[in-house]
Design a protein around this ligand. Structure first.
Ligand code: GDP
Ligand code: CA
Length: 333
């Protein structure tokens, strides 16, 4: 039976890029054993979400929606193409904080629609579905939860009585550029959250679940931390396969290095694979792809019970990314 239902767990830029290549692979028949009309469901991280100037901003949902809906600024990798910044400039002229977040004029419209709907009582999952009517991303896009969850990061601050200062993850990433060490990462609200409607079904009823190259701590880690998610992954009859976001001992973009260090995980392809863990050893994965430069780590992964393979893992274009998806599918088929 060809696979018809594929579920991907995603953060923002890495996940979105992977899903675009996956869809390319499906429509061009590049994926072994996958039906050309296969449906993709995306369970996206919402722990990067923040309230800004009274608006609810969902960076990862929007990155996936804009990327797949062809509205993304592809040079930046986030936000809208042909963006202008008048709202941001006017807020700055009023001296309103925070000024470090890239709030574009076109993007503001998305946040206004979302915030209005939330305030009218719709859950985030329904709001996301409504926004996707415009963007037609070609996937079913689900937030991991409808509940408020926020990743916060603690950094050293000698001036604070506790010796630490805690800030929203977006402030650590956007304002500080993750340039100072993260001492701890806290997922506010995560343990009391519930999976959004459709999320558990998307895992239990899938033919295949993919963990793409996304941040292992603040994207994949938060989705897996929604109560019930991990056990659904452990119980599903679908194979669960992941692709390393770490190549040659470093992240490709972003701040995975800093955050992995903060949570005590080795910054390596095998470190992340073993952090998610083999399903046979209490984790969630049936297979793990590492880049060819990390081929020497395959032995250690397999010795720990996690089947692994080394293939090129740079998402240089949709064909290269589809080939990664094909290799992932092939290894667990
Ligand atoms: P974010 O929410 O925008 O940070 O995006 P994600 O969490 O989805 O993905 C970020 C992760 O993707 C980072 O850890 C990067 O190292 C990884 N990444 C980005 N581009 C590539 C690539 O071409 N290949 C691989 N293997 N990983 C990548
Ligand atoms: Ca993110």
């Amino acid at each position: 039976m060809p696979m018809r239902n594929i579920t991907v767990i995603s953060g923002g830029m890495g996940g979105a890029k992977f899903i675009r290549g996956l869809l390319h692979g499906i429509t061009h028949g590049l994926l072994p054993g996958v039906s050309p009309d296969a449906r993709v469901t995306v369970v996206a991280n919402t722990a990067d979400d923040l309230w800004l100037h009274g608006l609810k901003v969902c960076p990862d949902l929007d990155t996936v929606m804009y990327t797949l809906g062809d509205g993304i600024d592809s040079a930046r990798g986030w936000g809208r193409r042909d963006e202008t910044w008048s709202v941001k400039e006017e807020l700055e002229a009023y001296g309103v904080e925070p000024t470090w977040f890239g709030l574009g004029d076109r993007d503001v419209a998305t946040h206004l629609v979302r915030t209005q709907m939330l305030e009218a009582g719709y859950p985030l999952s329904a709001v996301t579905e409504a926004l996707c009517k415009r963007w037609q991303p070609g996937v079913r896009l689900l937030p991991m939860t409808d509940d408020r969850v926020e990743t916060h990061v603690a950094i050293a601050d000698p001036e604070s009585p506790s010796g630490r200062r805690v800030m929203h993850f977006q402030e650590y990433w956007v304002r500080l550029r993750a340039a100072v060490p993260a001492e701890a990462v806290v997922f506010v609200g995560l343990e009391n959250s519930s999976p959004a409607p459709g999320v558990l079904e998307a895992i239990t009823e899938a033919d295949l679940v993919i963990v793409p190259p996304s941040n292992p701590v603040v994207s994949i880690g938060t989705v897996l931390g929604v109560p019930g998610l991990r056990s659904a992954l452990r119980a599903t009859t679908a194979k669960v396969v992941g692709l390393s976001p770490i190549i040659g001992g470093s992240h490709v973009h972003g701040m995975a290095n800093q955050l992995l260090t903060a949570v005590g995980v080795e910054v390596s392809a095998s470190g992340v694979g073993l952090h998610h863990g083999a399903r046979s050893a209490g984790g969630v994965l049936d297979g793990w792809l590492v880049d060819t430069v990390d081929a020497d780590q395959v032995g250690a992964l397999e010795a720990a019970g996690l089947p692994a393979r080394a293939v090129p893992l740079l998402m240089t274009d949709d064909d290269a990314t589809a080939a990664m998806a094909a290799a992932a599918i092939d290894m667990v088929s």
